[in-house]
Structures are given as C-alpha cells and as structure tokens.
Design a protein around this ligand. Structure first.
Ligand SMILES: Nc1ncnc2c1ncn2[C@@H]1O[C@H](COP(=O)(O)OP(=O)(O)O)[C@@H](O)[C@H]1O
Ligand SMILES: [Mg+2]
Length: 621
C-alpha cells in the first residue's frame, strides 16, 4: 500500500488522540501507553486533549464525526487496467448508528446522491429506473472524481474535505451541501451493491468501482478504531478526452421495499395513478390540485416518493408555483403590504433556484418543486379564501460554550387557506438549509405549542430557507433536527411567535369574518322568505314585525291594521339556540296563519303544513 501523504486536519482529533479515546474505553492508561509505544505522561496528555475536544464539541451539539481524524495516506494507485481491492472504512463510534440505518424515507436517501451532484457543479442529473434489472442509475454532468478523490473522500465514511476547500461550488456559486461525508451510507440503504464510474474534469484517467455493502450491517464488536465495512474493487481506465467529466452511480440489487415503491405497487384491488405522456407539470396539476386526498393512498407509493423527492432537492419551482394568484385578484387593503412582500420573497426564491441552474430528471421527466397554491377552484378571494405571509429575519444566537454571538438568517413564506389542504402530502412546514429540505413538510410545525390553533394546521403550508446557521443542529440523516440544539431552539421560538401573531391571528379573523358574513346572509334570506310568504297568503299590504314583549302571545295577527307581530321574546321561545328559535317562530307563524285563513280542522291542518313548508323552504335550497 503506502503512497503519498494527504491532508491532516488542524482542528478535530488527530489519529493518535482518536485511538487513545477508543482504547480508553476498555484499557487502563499504562496498557494504552504500552500498546501505542508512548510514555504514560504522553498518553495521559493525549487523552486529556482528546477529551477536551470531545466535551467542547458535545456541549456545542456538534457531531462527533466532525472530530474524526482526516485521512493521511492515499492507498490507491494509477495502475491503468489493473483491478485494485480495498474497503470502505468507518469510525467505530458511529458504526452502530449507521448499521441500524439512518434515513427516515427513501427520498431522503436519494436526496444525498443528488446533493453530491449539485455540490460537484452538475447542471443536470438523470435518474433512470430499469425495472427488469432492479437497477437505478443516477448520472450527473458534474466535475467528477478521479481515483485519488475516491480514495480520499469516498472510501472513508464520515470524512469529507468538501468544505475545507470552499464554501461554494466551483460553478454557479451554490452553497455547498455536503459536510459530514455519509452520502454513501444513504445509497447503502437503497441497494446492496453500488457501481460508480467517474471521470474528472482535466484528468487523464477515469475509474470504475464496485462497492459491496453487505458488511455495513451486522458488525458488532467495538474494539477497533476503524471498521472495514464494504469491499470495493476499483479499476482505472485511460481517458482520451481530458475535458470529459461526469459521475454515474448505479444502485444495483435494489432493496425490496424500494423496488416496490419504484414499481408503484399497491395493495390488491386499489387503483393507482398511471400517467400517459404528461409532463411533470401536468402530473403535479393532477395529483396536487385537490383531486387526491392522499397521493400515497390514491395514486400509489411511486408518486408519493416522487412528489416528496422533488420537494426536498434543490431544483426550480414550477412555472406557476409555489403561489399562483390570477392577475385581477383584488387584494383587500389590510393585506396589501404583506401581499407585496410575499410576492417579492417568492420571486427572489424562484430567481435563486433558477440561478443555480440545476435540473433533475426521473425517467426523462424533469422534476420541479411540486407546489402550486391555491390548488382548488373555489379558493378565489385573497384574504377570505387564502392568504400568503412572508417571513424574513436575522436572529442573533449565543453559543452556550464559547459565548460567541452569530446570526441566523432566514426567509420564506407561509400559505394559509380556509379549508384543509389536499393532498395531505402538501401540508406543513418545510425548512431548507442551503436550499435542501431537512425532512419532508412537518405537519406538526415543529411542535407548535398553542393548542387553540392546532385546528388550523391542515390548512397551512410554508417554506423557510435558512441561509445562515442551523447546520450544526441537523442530525446526520439530514432529515431531522437535534431539538435541544440552541440554534434550533432559537429559530423555533421565532417561528412559533410568527405563526401565532401573524398567521394564526389572521386565520382566526378570516374564520370569524366568514362566519359573520354567512350568518348575515342567512338572516336576510330568512326575513325575505317570511315577508314573501306573508304577502302570498294575506296580500302585499301585510307586514310582519318583530316585537319584544314578555307577556303577549308568541304570534299575533291583526287584520285591522294588516300586521303580523312575532314576539321574539316570548317565553315559548326562550331556552333555545338561535336557529331553533327561528324554527319555532316559523312553526307558530304557520299555525296562526292557518287558523286565520281556515275554520275547518282538516283544512287548517292542510294549510298549516303547506305554509310551514314555504316558510322553511330556504333551509333546503
Ligand atoms: N456525484 C459526485 N460527483 C463528484 N464527486 C462526488 C460525487 N459524489 C460524491 N463525490 C465525492 O465523494 C465525497 C463523499 O460524498 P459524501 O459521502 O456525500 O460526503 P459529503 O457530500 O458530505 O462531502 C464528496 O465529498 C465528493 O468529493
Ligand atoms: Mg454528500
């Protein structure tokens, strides 16, 4: 093996410190000193400095992986045409976590491969599923890797040098996503074997490597500092055109559960969505326009997968998304400023995604962020049926250990509508760090704590882009947060305050306005029906009047001055709810009218039913 020397990190643990830390779990200091060929004083000093780094990192909530020693030796050689064997390595401390699986959903795993292409300045990623071979291919036109990059960056899980070089991608100025180097673990949760073929811009070789993930799971002992978890074979080939660059990742022997998703397998008897030649745009319009209550249940797991996948990766919005408001929509005055700001925010987000110039295709269909609100035809009036709230903030946070003050920068929007959003996949809050969503939309709004507003949760969709901070608060799966991290806690508080004071406050107003309006309309109709019925039965010169006397009859018909009095405070009507009171009034009115018109019991009864039906007709139409 041997080879040239690579990078050694200045911060984090050194190889020696790391080894001592691991050994100290089982051995005494003098045993360690002997094992490592050190004096006891040296060993103790090393252990002390290692522990100090560990404690500081843990208190700050950073992940232990960031402390792992960086690689020091290249192992792979150029040797064109000759297969070289090797194995992926992983630090023992996280082996256990990794072996249990870290990703919550397959779209979050696939997201990692797409993020790697994005970081490598790709403009196009093609994902293609080959059902007969149970194979999924992810090919990008990014800058690629050579065998040294593979050796350095790929084979040591939990090691990433990406951000040691730059914070932004080489092209398109994209904030880099990768940081902790476990993208390959994501792939291992989708398949058993992975082939990677990569050609690096400017290199005179390209390589092909086959990785067997079989050993990533089921390793138990913990007495080594590194574990060799997956065997690989790498072969370098000559590259004619040194300008050529791409990376092709083939996920082979796909996991059964993932195959079932890709095949859109549904329980027997259930229907599934089968598109014809529609574009993704048209498919989204079908699936996300209120026709489907749940995409998973009614269209099948492939569509749930694709819609969620498209929503988490850093691609563009649909032409009319995420908010589409017809030009001539009237904006009530009290919403005008917020509306303008919301449009500005959304435009700038769309422009940002466009500038990154990153496209992802699934089976030749271009994916876009699958959000267009409002998505149902009855949602028309701004401020009545729906509303959009912009959010933009810079929030100072203090590191509890170093006391250093930094800022968290966020921007985004929240959409609210007066009915529950369908499909249910589009409810909740999406939080993006460096433009990549951390998990799917969160329906619980990060544990929003005011119970009175929970009723409205299914009516909310929001996107928050965090452009500075919060990265440390992410768990290694990049789809959940460490909820006790101070940056998370700070943002959560700010978001909840915003939701309470802006969104849910307005939601309540909208609700009561609508309810008041509806009640007012109903009352008018009721009065109108009563007047019409009286006019029909007794003539146009008759009027009905509501009076408030406590003693007289509930209803009194006075032919002398052609008036009908309804005593709305009559004790016959007390103790009822409003609508029941109205009904009782109508019943008594019909009764009195029937008695006034007819003398014979049979006729009276007939008239009574007929008039009552007229008076209550408005309730049925
Ligand atoms: N599609 C790709 N194109 C170019 N380089 C890649 C690609 N995928 C992975 N790599 C290299 O492999 C490394 C490891 O990837 P990963 O495990 O996802 O770690 P991270 O993205 O956190 O650096 C990356 O840092 C990058 O150097
Ligand atoms: Mg990555």
């Amino acid at each position: 093996m041997g080879g040239k020397t690579g990078l050694v990190s200045s911060d984090g643990l050194t190889e020696k410190e790391f080894r001592i830390l691991v050994e100290s779990k089982k051995k005494s200091l003098d045993e360690i000193a002997v094992a490592l060929g050190l004096s006891e004083a040296e060993a103790s000093q090393l252990l002390e400095s290692a522990n100090r780094k560990l404690v500081t990192a843990e208190a700050r909530g950073s992940s232990i992986m960031e402390l792992l020693p960086k690689p020091t030796v290249f192992r792979l050689q150029k040797n064109i045409g000759a297969p070289q064997q090797g194995s992926m390595k992983v630090g023992s401390q996280i082996l256990e976590i990794l072996s249990k699986g870290v990703y919550s959903a397959p779209w979050n795993s696939l997201k990692e491969l797409v993020s790697n292409a994005y970081d490598a300045s790709a403009t196009r990623v093609d994902i293609e599923y080959f059902p007969n071979e149970q194979k999924l291919v992810v090919k990008d036109d990014g800058l690629g890797m050579d065998y040294n990059d593979f050796d350095q960056n790929f084979t040591f899980i939990t090691r990433s040098l990406k951000r040691t070089e730059a914070e932004h991608s080489k092209l398109h100025d994209r904030p880099l996503i990768g940081k902790i180097g476990i993208g390959v673990v994501a792939a291992s949760e989708l398949c058993e074997t992975m082939r990677i073929i990569s050609a690096k811009m400017g290199a005179d070789t390209y390589f092909e490597a086959l990785i067997d993930f079989a050993r990533i799971r089921g390793i138990e002992s913990k007495d080594k500092e590194f574990y060799e978890v997956s065997q690989f074979t790498l072969t370098n080939h000559e590259k004619k055109d040194i300008g050529e660059h791409y990376t092709r990742i083939e996920l082979l022997n796909l996991k059964r559960t993932f195959v079932n998703i890709l095949n859109n397998l549904v329980p027997p008897g259930e229907t599934r969505f089968e598109p014809g030649t529609e574009s993704f745009d048209e498919i989204v319009r079908k699936l996300c326009s209120g026709n489907y209550g749940s995409i998973r249940r009614e269209a099948g797991p492939l569509w749930e997968f694709l819609i969620n996948f498209a929503n988490v990766i850093p691609i563009e919005y649909l032409e009319n998304g995420p908010i589409s408001i017809p030009k001539k929509t009237e904006i009530p005055e009290e919403y005008a400023v917020g509306f303008e700001n919301a449009l500005k925010t959304i435009d700038s987000l769309k422009e940002r995604m466009r500038k990154y110039d990153f496209k992802v295709f699934f089976n030749y269909m271009e994916l876009r962020k699958p959000v267009i609100f409002p998505n149902e035809s009855y949602l028309i009036k701004y401020g009545k049926d729906f509303c959009v709230f912009p959010i933009a903030d810079r929030i100072p946070v203090t590191d509890p250990i170093t006391k250093k003050v930094t800022e968290i920068a966020l921007m985004g929007y929240f959409y609210y509508q007066r009915t529950r959003i369908v499909p249910e996949e589009l409810r909740g809050m999406v939080v993006r760090i460096r433009n990549v969503s951390i998990g799917g939309p969160d329906k619980d709004l990060w544990g929003y704590p005011y119970p009175g507003d929970k009723l409205y949760f299914p009516q909310v969709y929001g996107e928050v882009y965090v452009d500075e901070g919060l990265e440390e608060a992410m768990n290694i799966d990049r789809s959940t947060f460490k909820t006790s991290h101070h940056e998370y806690a700070t943002i959560r508080e700010a978001l909840h305050a915003f939701l309470k004071e802006k969104l849910f406050h307005t939601a309540r107003d909208m609700y009561f306005d609508r309810r008041g309006e509806k009640a007012g309309k109903m009352e008018k109709i009721r009065q109108g029906t009563r007047a019409l019925t009286v006019a029909q039965e007794f003539g146009k010169d008759y009027t009905t009047e509501e009076v408030r006397r406590y003693t007289s009859e509930p209803v009194l018909i006075n032919p002398a001055n052609r008036k009908i009095f309804v005593n709305i405070l009559s004790d016959a009507y007390q103790g009822f709810k409003k609508n029941d009171r109205f009904l009782l009034q109508d019943v008594s009115l019909a009764l009195e009218m029937a008695f006034t018109k007819e003398k014979e019991p049979a006729k009276i009864r007939q008239e009574f039913w007929r008039i009552l039906r007229e008076l209550t007709q408005y309730r049925r139409s």
